[in-house]
Write a protein that binds this ligand. Sequence first.
Ligand code: CUA
Length: 158
Amino acid sequence: MHLHRYEKWWLTFGIGALIIFLAIVGIQAFHQGHQPPSAKVKVDPERVDQTEPFTKPGLHKVTGKDWDYELVIVASAFMFNPGEIEIPRGSKVKIIATTKDVVHGFEVAGTNINMMLEPGYVSEYITTFKKNGEYLIVCNEYCGTGHHMMSARLKVVD
Ligand code: CUA
């Protein structure tokens, strides 16, 4: 096929522009990879129970950090561990969660807290619980026959 000189030029220009565009998108994706909204920390899904901090699910007081507590959650079909959580009102909490099997959701009903828990990854969310009350934690990703039963309770207390 014979290409006109101008067509060649436009073809080169077009491919060049495409490469530049992809490079920019790639660079942005790379940078976001370092500071994603829910950090893509990895964990071996087969060894969650033996991997810190998932060896001790629950709420733990921490010092020297930007948050007061760490809430460690392990999801599996069809439960959250722990299933009952009590948090002192006004405390800043870093939620650290993962799943041992399939994809689960972690949604604290009535709040903005809504994370997808993917096998092999750690999902994190920092929040302050300002109001006393009882919240329902639900799984909002279909995960199997027990999906609709998968929930936990979170109490914010004085
Ligand atoms: Cu777990 Cu749906």
